[in-house]
Structures are given as C-alpha cells and as structure tokens.
Ligand binder design. Structure first.
Ligand SMILES: Nc1ncnc2c1ncn2[C@@H]1O[C@H](COP(=O)(O)OP(=O)(O)OP(=O)(O)O)[C@@H](O)[C@H]1O
Ligand SMILES: [Mg+2]
Length: 379
C-alpha cells in the first residue's frame, strides 16, 4: 500500500519544526510529509531527536518554531499560537515503555480507554473483539494482562492504540523490550497488520535492520536534522552523505587521492590512487552525489562488503579494480563463509564469501571492486 505519486494524500506534515531544550535544539528545522497508508520511519542514533519529533506530533511537546499539520488541520503552530491537545488529534501511540494494567484482563485493557470515552457496551465489545482477533490475542481475552508473554504484551499495547482507529499510529521503539527472535516476528506482524488495515504509521527506531525491513520510506536523522529521506533501498544504495552511508549497513573504505582515469573508464567515474600499502594501485568508482572531487584531492572509496567480488588467486584479473589479498580468518556459517581478508598494511576487509568453492585460511585470492558499486567521497 505504498503511496503512489500523484494519488498520495498527506496525512501528516511537519514544516520547519524546531524544539529547544534550553539553548540546544533537540529538533532543528525538520520538514517531512507522511503519506496515507505508508510506514514512515525516523531512524538515527541515540539523542538525534526521534522521540522529541514523535512527541511534537503527539502534542506532548510544543514546537518553538514551525508548524505541524494532521490531515488538513494545523495542530501546532509556533507563530500562529495554535496548539491542539493530544486527545484531540486522533492518534494511536505505542511507546517504548508501554504499560499493561495488571489488575485488568486482556479484554479490559483494550476496552478501558473506550469506556472512558463513554462508548456503548455493545460497540466496545465489537471493536475490542475485532482488534484482538487481528493480532491473534482473541483466545487470551479473559486472561490477566500480566500473564502474557513479552510478545503478547507488545501486541496488547498495539491493540490499545489500534482500537481508536487512529488516522496515524505513532510507534516509538515498540520492540525494544523483546528478544531478537520475537522482534523479528513482531516486525513481520506489524507490517502485515498495517497492510491489512491500511493505516499510516510513523515509526521510530535506531535499529537499521528494523527500519530497512519495515519502512516504505525512511528519514535518517542526525543532531536534530533530517539528513535524507527516501525508500530503504535508495538510502542504502545512494546515500546522500557519509553519515547516512555509514549509519545504514556496513561500508568498506579505502583511502587515496583523486587521480587519472584508467583507459576504458569515463566520467562520471572517478579514479582514486590508493595510499599506504596499496600505493601504486588505482580503483575507479562513481562520484558521490553533489560532492567536489578536485584532481589530487584526498578521497575515500566506499563499497558495501556484499558488492565485493571474490575470485581465486589464479588466473590473474585486470589490475584496475581488482586487488590481491590473503584470507586471514575464515568461519563456515552454513550458507556461506565469514572471512577477514588482508589486502596489505592497514587494509583489512570483512566480508562474506559464497560457499560454492572451498576456501582455507591463509589462501590467496583476488577481490573485485566493480566501479558501478564503488562511490567516491572527499576525505
Ligand atoms: N525533556 C527534555 N529536557 C531536556 N533535554 C531533552 C528532553 N528530552 C530530550 N532532550 C534532549 O534532546 C535530544 C534528543 O532527544 P530524543 O529523546 O528526541 O532522542 P532520540 O533520538 O529519541 O534518542 P534515543 O534513541 O536514545 O531514544 C537529546 O540530546 C536529549 O538529551
Ligand atoms: Mg527515543
């Protein structure tokens, strides 16, 4: 249900939103538009402003600058002095530290917020039964909330947010209390649920795997600002900054200077003459987006480890974009090998090697760095 261009409707818009705590901006001029039916994720390291952004959307904080619009209604505006209370925003929220009311059954936990709103009994029964069925908790409805497993409690917290049929569901690290296996399971369940209900989700995490697997689009945040917004694959393959590149996934970096292009290559490919133990070798890669790479300037070559090609020591490959190496350590992990390859001097590369052929520690090999998979950045 990823929003299609042209047909998409903006559910939530942030326009130049800032939030200061004392002198420091926890959120610094953030502008975002979240479309109907998408899972939109705020991803970034601890302290980058993700929770504060979510709290601003929820109405638990007031912006110092900028405007927040939900559907077509301005819910917060610093300059126009508009502030709509959290309970008037029709949002569902699941925060990192969700609480299950211990003296209530599973059913009552979900029903209670609706009772508070004065909804009729029959209607409550309908709604609660429906959401409990959705997340597979129908059988536990008479059980005490505290007798649930971690994953079930997590689902119960989700039910309580869903029962309102919110325009937007806010999830702040909702899986952080779960072990790795359960996290993975919940990730799939939330995605299925979101697709089935067609709800819009604003999701917060510092876990890049979670973000990549769950999101239609991701905003990578750094120090209160948005560094880049895009679909997961686009951010992974075409990061707009070194921060985004290194935050999402593993990166192998080689150092050198911008040099002359070897024959057979043409711009926008850039050649880098490597430094240190690899001096004399030249690798070519694509220039990173909107960076200046003057001839002779210090540069980094970056590649994802899974994009590196592996070939036996013989026959020799062309000098350009292939480097010889030695397998320093090797572990067979079932579907492949995990290897650390020494390229000489300070250069080591950790990568996976397919198990099509048998490899040994100490064995010499060649690593290929396809120019279209390498990106060149100013150092
Ligand atoms: N109530 C507050 N008073 C003062 N400073 C705050 C307050 N809330 C957050 N901050 C600061 O604002 C910055 C952003 O915090 P925020 O909680 O939004 O980060 P986060 O991205 O959610 O981090 P984490 O991944 O650790 O949850 C941090 O430097 C934090 O210390
Ligand atoms: Mg947080």
């Amino acid at each position: 249900m990823g929003a299609e261009p042209g047909t998409s409707e903006t559910v939530l818009a942030l326009d130049g939103v800032s939030k200061l705590f004392g002198q420091a901006a926890a959120v610094d001029g953030v502008s975002l538009a979240i479309r109907r039916g998408e899972v939109f994720t705020l991803l970034g390291p601890s302290g980058c402003g993700k929770t504060t952004t979510l709290r601003l959307v929820a109405g638990l904080e007031r912006p110092d600058r900028g405007e927040i619009t939900l559907r077509d209604r301005v819910v917060a505006s610093a300059s126009r002095r508009i502030f709509i209370a959290p309970n008037q925003r029709n949002l569902g929220m699941v925060f990192q530290s969700y609480a299950v009311w211990p003296h209530m059954t599973v059913f009552e936990n979900v029903a209670y917020p609706l009772e508070l709103r004065g909804m009729k009994r029959a209607q409550i029964r309908d709604k609660v039964t429906r959401v409990l069925e959705l997340v597979g908790l129908a059988e536990t409805e008479a059980r005490a909330g505290t007798l649930l497993s971690g994953g079930q409690m997590q689902r119960l917290a989700l039910c309580r947010a869903l029962v309102y049929e919110p325009d937007l569901l806010l999830l702040d690290e909702p899986f952080s209390n779960l072990d790795a296996k359960l996290r993975e399971q919940m990730r799939v369940e939330v995605k299925l649920l979101q697709r089935r209900l067609g709800i819009t989700v604003l999701f917060v995490t510092h876990d890049q795997v979670e973000a990549l697997s769950l999101s239609d689009r991701i905003a990578v945040m750094h120090r209160g600002r948005v560094e880049q917004v895009g679909p997961p694959r686009c951010l992974y393959e075409e990061p707009a900054s070194a921060f985004v590149r290194d935050f999402l996934g593993q990166t192998v970096i080689l150092h050198g200077r911008v040099g002359r292009l070897p024959s057979g290559h043409a711009p926008p490919v850039v050649a880098v003459e490597l430094n240190g133990a690899l001096a004399g070798r030249t690798l070519a890669g694509r220039a990173a987006p909107s960076v200046a790479l003057p001839h002779g300037g210090a540069a980094h070559l970056a590649i994802r480890p899974e994009d590196i090609e592996v070939a036996p020591h013989d026959p020799p490959r062309p000098e350009t974009n292939w480097l010889p190496g030695v397998i320093e350590s090797l572990s067979f992990v079932g579907d492949r090998y995990e290897a650390r390859v020494a390229l000489g001097g300070e250069y080591h590369v950790a990568l996976f090697i397919p198990r099509g052929r048998e490899w040994r520690e100490g064995e010499r090999l060649q690593l290929g760095f396809p120019p279209e998979r390498m990106s060149v950045w100013p150092a």
